[in-house]
Design a protein around this ligand. Structure first.
Ligand code: ADP
Ligand code: ASP
Ligand code: MG
Length: 815
């Protein structure tokens, strides 16, 4: 015989029930089967809610009841031919009328006892099993109905009744021995007391019903049919990359389910474990999938870590005090107090100094536990031997599970370093001596991030997911997104980096998609997005709390640069081509660097100098390896280079600048380039990265622009002024040309001082042949004395700037 259990989603509506009937038909061809069904999806929740409302005299309960009724009648209408509906509908209505009487009773008495609640909750399974049984009869299956309350006997407790194993076994055995039908259908979850009162086996208890029957009749297999393809390496709703575990031991499955893997109700395993009956978890909606097989000794190579699960709503209670050291009995009194309150302990840790004991319990029980414990230790608290019980709420336990973990070193090291890297604060740790489980207590808001980070570490072939939030999607931003789209597969294959863009924003709108924005459609989606706000952008990123989050600034906006620190403090990396932050007051630059280190959040700005050229990265490597920079000489403005390479007596300065702007070589405000400020900021950043303390005002800036041009405050006036002073610019050109020199805007740093300005460069100088918008940097260091280290190449332009930002993102990925 086989026992098959179908969960709530599997029987949620007529369509799903038809799939279930197909599975039953197939399974019953060569073997007798018992079929245990749950209530139609979410019915139990609705029943409990309705009861709660009735008991507080909220008339809305009637509407909910009507909804429950409609659902069930609809399934009958969908699955039973009209000619046969009437008797089934009238029996169903009888059940529903009885249910209504119970609710009215609660309403009138304003009362809801555990016993009534159990009776009310039982109607979900009573209705579903009756209706499905009738459908099977209509479909001419050789089936019969059996009320589980006649077989499963348990104590009177609504929450989770204790089963009388002996009696239950006896009842099941004698019933199934005498049963002639190929299929027996039974309601899950419900049982009866010895006096025949209805009781229930706890939320999710239908699994347990099936296991009790399987154990009693020595079934060949217990099949749990649900809405996922087995027991996964982590909850698939939270960890998208989770995969089904093909084989797992009873112990491991029990451990995972105890720590929150809801796919199987924890007590389910116990009854079948002793008889070594295999449990198979299968997907009703994808029956061809292999599913998970739970046995005593799983076959094949077994991974050390089998799965990761977590429990929410945990409180940590700490009993602490110097008066505890060396004095026996504190833990005994603590546990006895909790036992008397019937409070379940999920986790215990005690430091070897015996100075404190820490226990994890359900949030709901925290306040009653504190009251009871403070009372137990009242004397010690008054005499200051221990502190009042400390309660911390809203925590979660995250657990690695695997029987084989004991044979592997370094797993907990890996676990905790991964959590540390992701800035997940660990509040308590527990590891059983059997090493089947390593648990950590963390803040609930970090649980999703922690689960995903650990899953990545232990199961995902070292593939790392980077979650990008991009602000500024103009020219450079657009190219950047295009490059990511194009390289996506390559990065996954070659670098094991899965780059996803989760949020984008321009100055008007912003748009988020937690599963990653389709980079083929981002423009349409952004246009439909919500109103842009720097604050909300930041808040959304924070609340999504995804691991490896990177904020990318592709604007030249002062306000955007002000929020970097918030990001870094929340362990969100910052990649920026915006120079404002790094060129602001030294204190601010220094703070960002410090915060970045403290919170493990990279702060990268390679494109601040020389667009995509690896200038800052090279400099960092020199410094890190112990070199010292003495002098830097550089042409750092792609825009000024473009302008002076193209300007001659055959065109006008105005037209050349306009062309530079059109081709994307200048800042949105071209005066920032032409005035030399942009170059000054760059040499300032290089000096600071070389280890020198310097402010922008200390840089000597010998501008070639007339005073009046410098004084303009908008692009229109600026361009008009260029035309007005054309003769001045022609004069500058002529002077250089007469000496056979070229004009280059040069930045120099030497002896702790920096300056920027236009210079006449003779033909034998390395800067002379600098083409187009190219940049060049010469580093004179301890190691590069006579011949400087040179970096040269395109130093401006959308494509190279985008690729420079991309390179920084990859650097974060390798961090
Ligand atoms: P049923 O109604 O069929 O009993 P449940 O909702 O009780 O189904 O259990 C299935 C759900 O368990 C899945 O949809 C999934 O969200 C959740 N779950 C949690 N952890 C795991 C895990 N490790 N593997 C599979 N499912 C899990
Ligand atoms: N219907 C019950 C519940 O929702 C039992 C079950 O589905 O296993 O908890
Ligand atoms: Mg379940």
């Amino acid at each position: 015989m086989y026992v098959l259990k179908f969960g709530g989603t599997s029987v949620a509506n007529a369509q799903n029930i038809s799939l279930v009937i197909d599975i039953i038909t197939k399974a019953s061809q060569n073997e007798k089967i018992a079929v245990v069904v749950s209530a139609f999806g979410n019915t139990t929740n609705m029943l409990l809610k309705t009861a709660e409302l009735a008991a507080i005299k909220d008339e809305y309960f009637r509407e909910l009841l009507q909804e429950i009724e409609n659902r069930h009648i609809q399934v009958i209408k969908d699955l039973i031919p009209v000619t046969e509906q009437s008797s089934i509908i009238s029996h169903t209505k009888r059940l529903l009328n009885y249910l209504e009487t119970l609710f009215e009773g609660c309403f009138l008495l304003r009362e809801l006892t555990p016993k009534t609640l159990a009776t009310i909750a039982s109607f979900g399974e009573l209705l579903s099993s009756y209706i499905i049984s009738e459908v099977m009869l209509v479909r001419k299956l050789d089936s019969t109905y059996k009320d589980s309350r006649e077989l499963i006997i348990a104590s009177e407790s609504y929450e989770n009744a204790q089963v009388d194993m002996k009696l239950t076994h006896k009842n099941c055995q004698s019933y199934f021995e005498n049963n002639q039908k190929q299929i027996v259908i039974l309601p899950g979850f419900i049982a009866a007391t010895e006096n025949g009162e209805t009781t229930t086996l706890g939320r999710g208890g239908s699994d347990y019903t099936a296991a009790l029957i399987a154990a009693a009749v020595n079934a060949k297999e217990l099949q749990i049919w649900t809405d996922v393809s087995g027991m996964y390496t982590a909850n698939p709703r939270i960890v998208k990359q989770a995969t089904p575990i093909p084989q797992i031991s009873y112990q491991e499955a029990m451990e995972l389910s105890h720590f929150g893997a809801k796919v199987i109700y924890p007590p389910t395993i116990q009854p079948v474990l002793h008889k070594e009956i295999p449990i198979l978890i299968k997907n009703t909606f994808d029956p061809e999938q292999e599913g998970t097989r739970i046995t005593k000794n799983p076959n094949g190579k077994q991974q050390a870590v089998k799965g990761i699960s977590y429990i929410e709503n945990i409180s940590l209670l700490t009993l602490e005090g110097s008066g505890m050291i060396g004095i026996p009995g504190f833990s005994k009194r603590l546990f006895e107090t909790l036992l008397a309150q019937k409070i379940n302990i999920v986790l215990i840790t005690q430091a070897s100094s015996e100075h404190s004991i820490c226990i994890g319990i359900n949030d709901k029980e925290a306040s009653s536990a504190k009251i009871a414990l403070d009372e137990t230790f009242a004397y010690e608290i008054i005499s200051k031997k221990v502190d009042p019980i400390l309660v911390e709420q809203q925590l979660s336990i995250i657990a690695l599970v695997g029987e084989n973990m004991k044979n592997h070193q370094g797993l907990s090291g890996k676990m905790f370093s991964m959590l540390g890297k992701n800035n997940v604060n660990i509040r308590a740790i527990a590891q059983g001596a059997s090493e089947k489980n390593i648990s950590a207590v963390i803040n609930s808001e970090d649980a999703k991030k922690a689960l995903n980070a650990l899953h990545e570490e232990f199961f995902e072939e070292k593939r790392k997911q980077l979650n990008l939030f991009v602000t500024g999607v103009g020219n450079v931003g657009e190219r950047f997104l295009a490059q990511i789209k194009q390289q996506h597969e390559y990065l996954i294959k070659q670098l094991k980096l899965n780059i996803r863009v989760i949020g984008i924003s321009n100055s008007r709108t912003m748009y988020f998609e937690e599963e990653g924005i389709d980079l083929g459609k981002w423009k349409d989606n952004l246009a439909k997005g919500s109103k842009a706000s720097l604050e909300e952008f930041h808040e959304t990123i924070k609340s999504l709390n995804l691991r490896n989050s990177i904020f990318i600034d592709i604007t030249a906006d002062h306000n955007v640069s002000k929020v970097y620190e918030h990001y870094l403090r929340n362990n969100i990396a910052v990649v920026t081509c915006n120079k404002i932050a790094c060129a602001s007051e030294y204190d601010n630059y220094q703070t960002l660097k410090r915060v970045s280190q403290k919170y493990n959040a990279p702060f990268l700005f390679e494109t601040n100098v020389g667009a995509g050229l690896p200038i800052i990265d090279t400099l960092k490597n020199l410094i890190a390896s112990g070199d010292r920079v003495h002098k830097i000489q550089a042409v750092l403005s792609g825009s000024l280079n473009f302008v002076f390479n193209n300007f001659s007596n055959e065109n006008t300065f105005h037209d050349v600048v306009a062309q530079a702007q059109k081709e994307g070589y200048t800042e949105p405000d071209p005066k920032i380039d032409l005035s030399g400020i942009d170059v000054a900021r760059k040499i300032l950043i290089l000096a600071r990265e070389s280890g020198y303390v310097m402010e922008l005002e200390e840089i000597e800036n010998d501008s070639f622009l007339p005073e009046k041009t410098l004084a303009t405050d908008n692009n229109e006036d600026f361009y008009a002024s260029l035309t007005e002073y054309e003769a001045h610019f022609q004069e500058i050109y002529k002077k250089a040309n007469d000496k056979n020199c070229r004009l280059k805007y040069v930045a120099t740093f030497e002896d702790g001082k920096a300056k920027v300005g236009l210079q006449h460069i003779p033909a034998d100088h390395p800067f002379y042949n600098l083409e187009g918008s190219d940049n060049i940097v010469l580093f004179f260091t301890d190691r590069y004395v006579m011949q400087p280290l040179q970096i040269k190449g395109a130093g401006a332009g959308t494509e190279v700037t985008a690729s420079g930002i991309f390179a920084d993102v990859i650097r974060v990925g390798k961090f």
